[in-house]
Design a protein around this ligand. Structure first.
Ligand code: THU
Ligand code: ZN
Length: 158
């Protein structure tokens, strides 16, 4: 098992504008399409583009997403996955930080599927859950959220 924390040291929160990320996640939650669960989720990722073209253009950016449900429940897209898909589409394949927001009194950790998706692009991501309660927002690294993960290294990648 590769020593993941050594290979992918977790992003320091001080290196990321967490306030901007949290604001973006909250804004995205307003657009959640959740008529079935009525559970709004917003997520924002801070991502880096490995080779910006033309050189000198923005190498880092924030992308957001919301949960998008479907009458066929199993097709529901989760907020975190949606945000990451937007980042990847534009070449920002290195996820440094993730913020999740729910308009609730308790913070919501990412589900198992989202942990797997975050791990693919952000093994060193710091993940923070925010909500409407005052005070501490739980924060994790990926080895905590997905210990001994199945990932790109199992297929000889990354
Ligand atoms: N949800 C997310 O968007 N992200 C998660 O990781 C947890 C669950 C959404 C899916 C569904 O629309 C609602 O929350 C209730 O499960
Ligand atoms: Zn999820």
């Amino acid at each position: 098992m590769p020593p993941r924390e050594k290979l992918f040291p977790t992003t320091k929160v001080s290196a990321v504008n967490m306030d901007a990320l949290a604001a973006s996640a909250k804004e995205a939650s307003k657009h959640a399409y959740c008529p079935y669960s009525k559970f709004r989720v917003g997520a924002a990722v801070y991502a880096r583009k490995p080779n910006p073209e033309p050189p000198g253009t923005d190498a880092e950016a924030i992308f957001s997403g919301c949960n998008t449900e479907n009458a066929n429940y199993t097709l529901t897209l989760h907020a975190e996955h949606s945000a990451i898909a937007k980042a990847v589409e534009l070449g920002y394949t290195d996820i440094l930080a993730v913020v999740i927001y729910t308009p609730t009194e308790t913070a919501t950790a990412p589900c198992g599927s989202c942990r797997q998706v975050i791990n693919e692009f952000g093994p060193r991501a710091v993940v923070v859950a925010t909500c409407d309660a005052e005070g501490f927002s739980p924060r994790w690294n990926m080895s905590k959220l997905l210990p001994d993960a199945f990932g790109p290294h199992n297929l000889g990648k990354g």
